[in-house]
Every structure is written in C-alpha cells, then in structure tokens.
Ligand binder design. Structure first.
Ligand SMILES: [Zn+2]
Ligand SMILES: [Zn+2]
Length: 837
C-alpha cells in the first residue's frame, strides 16, 4: 500500500533527536532530594570496567535496570539510578606497555567512549552522581577506610603463602584463583610464593556474613549457596595429642567427629607442619621423602585441586599419644594435609572416613570400628561406615552413647582437662589486598627508617590524604611494584619523628574500589567525607542490584564485608548493601560465549546503527527470560525492529483522531470492549511482572498481542466503530507500556499523540479489573477421557448450564451417537467429562 511505504519508522532520525533533548535536561534522570516526600527506589547495575567498548552483556544488564528504573519513575518513586567506572586495574597497564599511553589517559578516553555508547542507548542515568574509581577524589576514601581499618586491627601485615600470577606479575586473592588458574588468565597456573602482604580481616565477620545470608531472601539461592560454601563453616573440636618421645610437646588436631577419636589409628601432619620440619631436621632421609610430598602438594594446589590428589604419606617413626586413652599411634606426614587449613594436623579414623580409609588401606594402617549403627543392617557392617548417627563402641566408658551426646561429653572432658576445646573453623581466609601493580590505590602507610613506632609502620595522617599516584611512570612487569622505582614517591618524611621514611609501594586490590562505590553515588561530590551518612541512610539498602553471577563470591562478599565495617564505624545503619539481587544470564552467540578468538562478537554499535537503540535493547529483553542465557540472533533484532515499525505506523495513523478526543469514554461494548479488555489485561500483566517476576520477554510478547489485536480490528477502526476517546486510551496506554522497553519510540509517539511533558513523568497506566475480566471462558469437554471440543460459555455459568451446552454441542453429539450417557461430570469453570457406553 502506497501510504504504508511513506510511513517509515526511522530510528536513526528519531533517536538522536531525543538523545539531544534528554541531554539538555539535567533534571530528567536526577534523583530528587531526600525530603521530596516520595518513596525511594535505588536501582543499580554493577559498574563496568572501562575497557573502551560496551559488549552485549552490558547492554542486557543495563536494559534490565533501565526498564525497572523507568517503571519506578512512572509509578511515582524518587529513583536513584546511577552509573560509574571500576577504573583501576591491570588492563590499563598492559595497554600502556603496548601503546605507550599512560594508564590514566587510556582509562579516561575509554570511559568517554563507553559513556557515549550509553547515551546513544538512551539509558537513563543520573550523571551528576557519576563515580570514577581511579580519580583521587574517590580513591582518597579507599585510603581513609584503610586507615580506619588499620586503627581497628582490621588491616594488618603478615608474611604468608600467596597466589602469584606471573602474567599479572602480582598477587591474587584466594577469590581470584579459579580452578587453580588466574581469574584473568584462564590458562595461567597460579604459583605459591611467600610474601609480606596487607590483609583485611574479613574472617572477623565470617559468622555474621554467614548468618546474614539467611535473611537475604531477595537474593538468588545459588548465590547464597555459593557464599555459604565459600565461608565454609565447620564445627568441631581441637584436641592435643602429645609426642610420645616428649610428652610436653603437643600436636593439636582439628576434627569435626571427636566421637570417633577412639578409632584414631594415626596422626597425620602437613609437610610444612612445624613438627614435621623439626623431625626432618633430625633425618635427611625423612626430609627427602617429605620434600617429595610437599612438591606433590604444591603441584596439586597449583592445579587447584588438592582434594583429587593421589594420597601419599611417610611414616616418621615417631608416635603420638591419644589424650583420652593414652594409646600410642604412629605419626605420618601426608601430601593432602594443608598447613593453612585447620591446624595442619589431623587424627586419622579409617573406619569412619572415606579418605582416611583409602590411606589406611594403602599403607596397612589399622581400621578400628568405634561407631555402630542404631539399627543393624548388612550395609552398616561394611567399613568405612559413614554416618552422623550411631552408638559408640570400642570407646571405653563412652560405649553406648549416641554420637551427638558423645561429642558434647568428649568436648567437655577436653576442656576440663585442658587438652582441647570446642572450635568453629571457616574456609574463608582473610582478604589479601596488596598488589604489586601501579594502577591502583596507593596504600597509605610509611616505614620510618628510625623505627620510631614499634615496628616502624606509620600511617599517613588523614590530613595528608590522598596519597597521590604519580601521574606518569615507566611501567614494566618485572621486579615487583612499579612504584618502588619512583624515588619521588618512595622517599617521604615520617609524620611522627620527621625522619626519613619509605612509602608502601604496593597498591590495593581493585575489589576495594567496588566494595563501597554504591554508597558514594548517594553523595558523589562530598570532599569532606566518603558520603553523608544521613543521605546514604535514606537510599540504603539498594532496592534492586543487578549484575552477573560471576560476582557471586568476589565482589558480593567483599561489599557485604565492607558494609558491616562501615556500620561498625557508625557511617550507616544497614547490615547488608542490597535487599534484592538479580543475576542476569549471559549473552551468547551460536551456543558459545562471545569472544574475539571465536569471532562471534556482536557489537552493540553495529546493532544500534542497523536497527536502532530501542530494537537492540528490546530484543535483549525479549529473546529470553532475563535470568537465562540469551543466544543472540540478528533475525530476532530485525523482528523486534519490524514490530516497533508497526507500532509507529499504527499510532501515527490514528494519532490525529486520538489527539482530538474529548470527554469520558462512558460504557463500552462490541469492538471497543474487546480492545479495551485486551489493553487492561496487558496493563495488569506487565504491572505485576515489574513487581519482581521480571519476565520481560512475556511482557513484550503481551504488548505484541495487544498491537495485533488493535491492528486486527483495522476495518472496524476505519469504519469509525471505535470512538476517538477510546482510541486515545488505547494508544496512549500502549505508548506508556512501551516506555520502559523502547524509550525513544515512546517519547516520539507520546509527542505525536499530543501528550504533555516527558513520558517518564506520566503515571503508569492502571488496570481496570472489571474491564479486564473475560466475559466468556473456555471449557474443554471430553468423552470417555478423550478431548472432543472446547466450549465457550459465559463467565460464571453454573454446572447445569454448562452441562446443557456440552450435550448440545455438535461434536459431542456425534461422538455419543448410539451410546447411552451414563454420567456427566462438570467442574464449573474448568472441564466437562462425559461417560458414555
Ligand atoms: Zn593473571
Ligand atoms: Zn619516625
């Protein structure tokens, strides 16, 4: 049709026009003051690393958050929807090495490029609150927090075994080691090195971090489970065995099953246990064997799987004495016992532990049953017998006790006789935050040469913050911290004695930056404090946080820790940063993660240039439920773009009628009722979905159905069977429903319809339940259990009427012809079943 061709949807014209208008209105997406009287809603997407290019995963993440923010604005909330940049990190240094661009310049130009992309996508961020973590106005507060933690003993230095990535040329936190490899270098095996490092005492909050998970009902269960496992709480008992040759020397073991201690037939030490080292000093032969075990352990650790190590051990020839019965058991050293887990020593109970059984069988150690089943069975006869329940046997005076009581009793005896105690251990270790890199927050500590304070460590006074990163330095990846080669940085004056001092040259892990950035958004310009507590208190906790599940452990555990520390500093009152967390699925292509090496990367810029920002965003919400992976199909984007074209043509075609409409619609019937019913059903569905289900794909499908229904009535519309006042309701509601998903087109069509003010300032449409109610319902009818037909009956029909309608149906009549109807079962509103013989 000729006029259809003239009416072409041109996102390339519509979108830049609105982008410009929105950019000119700073108040459009701005959070209102805390006393504005509206309920608050803080919606946040995880801030990106400024690589220079948004990828489709970003587009999806931000489209979800933006749709939610827009719906909340329209529902009358005071919305905080900020964006920032996780701007420190190694890629900036690598880029500097490669192209000789200073990290700061590289980072800031990447930020500018990505911000342009975000604006082009029409994402509604409050840029007045933008946070860039590599700028001194932000990282000075990292330093300030570091000093507060140092004062409280939450930041400390110690020599320890650390994870070292040779590609990153720096230390990694435990959380950054994935399957034994670097989280940034999937094929680089992480080595173990001994270094003096700064740590944050996250373990002090281990119990609270664990307990808090129970209350985070708005978080995905999988994230909570991952955190629980990472924290890894286990309750047990520490018991001192003594060395037979020198009864004063104790070997402390940790066990979760002290009730099995009479079945302990050896004590096993880690290769690095102090006693092992001591015994090795007396025997070159033992030392040689232990060194081999240590080497195996190191390899297994580097491969990330000590659990799967082939178990080896050596007998030391020495004996340990069980404090409960004075029994002597041999002391072994084993390659699977880790010095940094528990006490680095265990008691081995082969009869009731898989691993111990395997080891004992291999080396011919005694296997002695000490737990009998509560009810005898053949299975229970087989060793190892692994069960939390049972009765003690071969355990002296404890025989006959059940496991739980025995544990309590044995713990009490250990405590009373001072050879042990109840103990809770955690897998969680303190957070190592030192990095031997340049592009990070300098650690605000000094080493006084005169050692004027006990250990020579002197904190930088608050008044001297920030400790600035020197702007331009030579970056290499050799020889430790790049800052250590910058004399002007290193050489300082001791603030205590005025003598010469050396600055700490390690920088902080970049996960420090992202641990509290979302608080800074609430008061991003504050130069006196990290943020104003009263303002943060208004906005916190975050109502909805959205990001990838890959952050389940790292960022999401660190930021929970930081929140608890800030609470204990008196800065905030909330215990947790976010009430609800949503983890969106990945965007993949042809079944695989998008990556340059696979050549399957889809560029958001290309999609926007070809189909427009609205179609790109809307497709990323339409193609899959937001929590599932999305396989990117360009056909699909083209389809969404065609749909938006249909909406545009529909609205522009009838806009003139609708614009001129006056008055109330009054009663409706016929086609008007049919279309309004569909409209109000759609409003109800989408409104409900925004409350938390977030199946935006089905929301968009519902809008498509609505548009189909209106277009399907084209002949009646053309014949004037729908009054302008109804047309106005249909079209303006349609435009408002589309606003969270396709903001540019909505703005354009809202103006076309003569709407006043920004779409964002309009009230979200309200569903009229009476109009939405169906007046006919469908009821399946079966004969002898086989579906024959689906009846349409008036909603609310009684059983008698439904039975009559079913028996009067032609298809039913044909099916029962020549038979006797024995029974008609009617479930009103649901189904009819006819039994005929
Ligand atoms: Zn690495
Ligand atoms: Zn000094």
């Amino acid at each position: 049709m000729a006029d259809e061709k003239e009416l072409r949807y041109e996102p390339a014209e519509i979108e830049p026009k609105w982008q410009e208008r929105w950019a000119a209105d700073a108040s459009l997406y701005a959070a209102e003051p805390v006393n504005c009287g509206k309920p608050k809603y803080y919606v946040l997407e995880m801030l990106p690393y400024p690589s220079g290019q948004l990828h489709m995963g970003h587009v999806r993440n931000y489209s979800i958050g933006d749709a939610l923010a827009r719906s909340k604005w329209m529902q009358g909330y005071n919305v905080l929807h900020p964006m920032g940049w996780d701007a420190f990190g190694l890629p900036a240094e690598n880029a500097a090495l490669k192209n000789n661009t200073p990290p700061r310049e590289w980072t800031l130009s990447n930020i500018a490029a990505m911000k342009r992309q975000m604006l082009r996508l029409g994402l509604g961020y409050d840029w007045a609150t933008e946070v860039t973590t590599c700028l001194p106005e932000y990282y000075r507060w990292n330093q300030w927090f570091f000093l507060r933690m140092y004062e409280r003993g939450l930041a400390y230095r110690k020599k320890s075994k650390v994870n070292w990535c040779r590609e990153c040329a720096t230390v990694l936190a435990n959380e950054q080691v994935v399957n034994g490899c670097c989280w940034r270098h999937e094929d680089v095996i992480v080595e173990q090195r001994d270094l003096v490092q700064w740590f944050f005492r996250i373990t002090q909050y281990a119990e609270e971090l664990l307990e808090g998970l129970d209350k985070l009902e708005g978080w995905p269960e999988k994230v909570r489970t991952m955190q629980r496992n990472w924290i890894g709480r286990s309750e047990g008992t520490e018991v001192d065995f003594s060395l037979d040759e020198d009864r004063g020397q104790k070997i402390r073991v940790f066990t979760t099953r002290v009730d099995t201690i009479f079945g302990a037939t050896s004590v096993q030490l880690a290769p690095e246990h102090p006693l092992t080292v001591e015994l090795c000093a007396k025997s070159a032969e033992l030392k040689k064997k232990v060194d081999a075990l240590l080497e195996e352990q190191k390899k297994a650790r580097e491969a990330g799987d000590v659990g799967a190590i082939e178990k080896h051990g050596v007998a030391t020839g020495y004996f340990a004495v069980n404090p409960y019965n004075d029994e002597k058991v041999p002391i072994w050293v084993a390659n699977y016992i880790l010095m940094d887990y528990g006490t680095g020593a265990i008691m081995s109970v082969p009869a009731h532990d898989e691993r111990d059984f395997e080891f004992a069988t291999k080396y011919g150690l005694e296997v002695r049953r000490v737990i009998a089943p509560l009810t005898p069975s053949e299975d229970a006869e087989v060793l190892p017998f692994i069960s939390e329940e049972g009765r003690l046997v071969n355990s002296d005076e404890y025989d006959g006790m059940n496991c739980e009581d025995a544990q309590k009793k044995l713990q009490a005896v250990a405590a009373a006789e001072k050879f042990g105690e109840a103990k809770t251990t955690y897998r969680l270790k303190d957070w190592g935050v030192s990095r031997q890199r340049y592009w990070g927050t300098p650690i605000p500590m000094l080493y006084c040469e005169k050692m004027c304070e006990g250990d020579g460590l002197v904190p930088v006074p608050d008044a001297e913050l920030p400790v600035l990163l020197p702007p331009q330095i030579e970056i290499t990846q050799q020889g430790g911290s790049p800052l250590s080669r910058v004399a002007e940085f290193v050489n300082a004056k001791c603030p205590k004695c005025g003598g010469p001092a050396r600055r700490e040259t390690d920088t902080m892990d970049t996960f420090v930056d992202s641990s509290w950035y979302f608080y800074r958004y609430t008061d991003a310009k504050n130069s006196k404090k990290p943020f104003e507590p009263a303002v943060a208190q208004y906005w916190f906790p975050i109502d909805q946080y959205i990001g990838g599940v890959e952050h389940a452990i790292l960022h999401l555990i660190y930021s929970r820790y930081w929140t608890k520390v800030m609470r204990d500093l008196g800065l905030i009152k909330n215990d947790e940063p976010a009430t609800r967390l949503f983890t969106q699925g990945m965007v993949i292509k042809d079944g695989a993660k998008m990556s340059k090496s696979k050549g399957n990367v889809v560029s958001p810029d290309d999609m926007v240039a070809r189909y427009g920002a609205d179609a790109t965003r809307m497709y990323s919400l339409f193609a899959a439920p937001p929590d599932r992976d999305l396989d990117w199909q360009e056909d699909g984007v083209a389809g969404v773009s065609r749909f938006l074209g249909r909406v545009w043509r529909l609205v522009t075609k009838y806009a003139k009628d609708a614009r001129g409409a006056k008055g109330e619609r009054g009663d409706v019937a016929g086609v008007e009722l049919k279309l309004l019913r569909k409209l109000h059903q759609t409003i109800a569905k989408i409104t409900q979905d925004f409350e938390g289900r977030w199946h935006f794909n089905t929301c968009i499908a519902a809008i498509m159905e609505l548009v189909n229904e209106i277009q399907g009535a084209d002949a009646q519309l053309a014949a004037g069977e729908v009054r302008p006042v109804v047309m106005r309701e249909l079209l303006s509601s349609l435009v408002l429903l589309l606003a969270p998903f396709a903001p540019f087109l909505s703005a354009e069509l809202w103006e076309e319809l003569g709407g006043e003010g920004a779409v964002l300032r309009q009230s979200w449409p309200k569903s009229d339940a009476q109009l939405a109610a169906e007046d006919e319902i469908e009821i399946p009818v079966s004969v002898n259990g086989k579906l024959v037909t689906v009846l349409k009956v008036a909603a609310g029909s009684d059983a008698k009427a439904i039975e009559a309608a079913a028996l009067g149906d032609e298809k039913v009549k044909a099916r029962v012809e020549g038979k006797t109807i024995a029974k008609v079962i009617v479930v009103p509103g649901r189904a009819v079943n006819i039994v005929a013989k």
